[in-house]
Design a protein around this ligand. Structure first.
Ligand SMILES: [Zn+2]
Length: 532
């Protein structure tokens, strides 16, 4: 072959391009370290009728990255063991086995979330830690289960080596004051900022070349930590959990990048770490885990095993109890932001739960409803079981109109959408302006009046039914002004099942559309004075 001048020129250009192009690593051939991050996963299988999420699809992604020569590590941002239909039977053992599967593919690091400590006693956590092959990380967490192997199992100021590089992780769990479970066997302590900075210092001294946070807390607190990058430049990012929809806060010179995925691994994050002359750099990709990704066949065997066990224990799981009049939307993205037709049907079973006369109002925190899916066509026992991942006992009480309004403001606090404390309501309608200061966001709170609506009477007494969970202070609602409070009774799950069975017996379908002309929950449009 004879080289032409053009070919030589082209070769020279290519060579020039190679030298001019900044290479990502100082060590020739140094591999990229890919972190795959997921959080808030409650299901062994996938969700949205098989269309989204699932560890089986993550397994496929991990294998693909490894085939590309990348070194993969997996992080899980907490909320794994509870709540779910399966967890009521197996205390989260099924999720531990699922995450162990991923850990077999790529070492996996896990920070406990608040739901790990849903049980009042330590047994579930003890079993979970003992069965975990992945690592439990906790820098503000102390196990005091009385089992020495478990109590000493938490990794603190954790460093792993990958591709010849040392990467440090600080791990933080939600404090009880922010909605975390307050358990003697799992104490979460210290101010987030103090613990994070102290741990980052330790990681720096131990030789970590890049540091990141693995957290399960409110986004506002993650944002506060991100600023530590000013003083600690090797602290590059935070991957977290607790919010159930994707979050991304771009980083800068003085702030670490923050990422959270959607619940049930509907979206996850890939963070590629490279080193340029020893200086770490990251590139981040949000991945929609959908039908474009095949499910790993080996993982599917594990998912099938748990599915079959469930069907063995609950053989009537797929039995039809009723029929949905239309697709009933139980997805978290709906429940935690706007009025949901599935929630409306559920909450409407609450006012009558304590006999006649029915209570004036009822509401639940949307986090009570865990199905994260549509209920369509046949309603099965499984739909009911998945909707209620927790016990759902109810309390009846009396409250003054003004106090009710104040109490309900807690449902609209904070600066983001998609909160588990967002209320789904019955017996009243509410107009909310999120741009106002906290505690003053309810623009209108109206009650039925002779076929119409009128503003709530602040001085009058009303009767109210809520779940025992929020009555006891769960999700930040303050019921100290409630009077004549009943003992917890009448579990909502069975009220709902009963109502569906009655509808079925009458030949009626379940549910109705959200009425766009008369929304129970309306968000004030900018520039408007009121919603109704
Ligand atoms: Zn959480």
């Amino acid at each position: 072959m004879k080289y032409t001048n053009t070919m030589v020129l082209a070769l020279l250009l290519i060579l020039a391009a190679c030298t001019a192009q900044p290479v990502n690593s100082s060590v020739p051939g140094e591999a990229t370290i890919s972190i795959i991050h997921l959080n808030d996963t409650y299901r062994v299988g996938d969700v949205e009728e098989g269309r989204r999420g699932g560890y089986g699809r993550i397994a496929t992604l991990v294998r693909e990255l490894q085939a590309q020569g990348k070194i993969v590590r997996i992080t899980h941002g907490g909320d794994l063991l509870f709540p779910s239909l399966e967890s009521q039977l197996w205390n989260g053992e099924q999720m531990v086995e699922a995450l162990n599967f991923l850990n077999d593919l790529a070492p996996t690091y896990f920070v406990p979330g608040n739901h790990e400590f849903d049980r009042r006693t330590s047994g579930a956590v003890v079993d979970a830690v003992r069965k975990s092959e992945f690592k439990w990380l906790g820098d503000n967490l102390h196990f005091e289960t009385g089992e020495t192997d478990v109590d000493s199992s938490l990794e603190r100021a954790f460093i792993f080596s990958a591709g010849g590089r040392n990467i440090g992780i600080f791990a933080l769990t939600l404090l009880p004051r922010d909605g975390g479970n307050d358990r003697a066997y799992a104490r979460v302590e210290g101010e987030y900022l103090d613990v994070a900075e102290r741990t980052i210092g330790k990681l720096e001294r131990a030789g970590a070349e890049l540091i990141f946070g693995l957290t399960h807390m409110h986004l506002a607190d993650d944002k506060m930590l991100a600023d530590l990058k000013l003083r600690h430049p090797s602290f590059m990012f935070i991957v977290g959990g607790h919010e159930h929809e994707p979050e991304f806060e771009a980083g800068s010179e003085g702030a670490a990048t923050i990422m959270k995925g959607a619940s049930n691994a509907r979206t996850i994050w890939q963070i590629d770490i490279t080193f340029d002359d020893g200086t770490p750099a990251i590139s981040t990709t949000e991945i929609a885990v959908d039908q474009s990704i095949e499910t790993d066949p080996e993982y599917q065997l594990l998912a099938d095993k748990w599915r079959n066990r469930l069907l063995e224990i609950i053989p009537f799981l797929l039995s039809r109890v009723g029929e949905a009049a239309l697709p009933l939307d139980g997805r978290e993205v709906t429940l935690r932001n706007v009025e949901s037709n599935w929630a409306n049907f559920i909450v409407d079973q609450m006012p009558g739960a304590f006999g006649e006369p029915a209570a004036d109002f009822a509401f639940i925190n949307s986090g009570t409803l865990r199905i994260d899916d549509y209920v369509t066509d046949d309603i099965t026992f499984e739909d009911i079981g998945r909707t209620f991942g927790f016990s759902s006992y109810l309390n009846h009480m009396t409250i003054n109109g003004g106090d009710f309004r104040t109490l309900l403001e807690a449902g609209y606090r904070g600066d983001g959408p998609s909160k588990g404390y967002f209320p789904q309501i019955s017996g009243f309608r509410v107009c909310v302006d999120r741009s106002r200061p906290e505690g003053q966001r309810i623009v209108q709170l109206q009650v039925p009046d002779n076929g119409g609506w009128q503003e709530i009477d602040n001085s009058r007494d009303y009767t109210l039914v809520v779940s025992d969970f929020i009555f006891r202070g769960g999700d930040g609602y303050d019921f100290s002004k409630a009077r004549n409070v009943s003992r917890p009774g009448s579990e909502l799950k069975y009220r709902v099942l009963d109502a569906i069975l009655i509808a079925q017996a009458k030949g009626q379908k379940v549910g109705g559309p959200v009425d766009p002309k008369n929304r129970r929950i309306a968000m004030l449009v900018e520039g408007d004075e009121s919603c109704y």
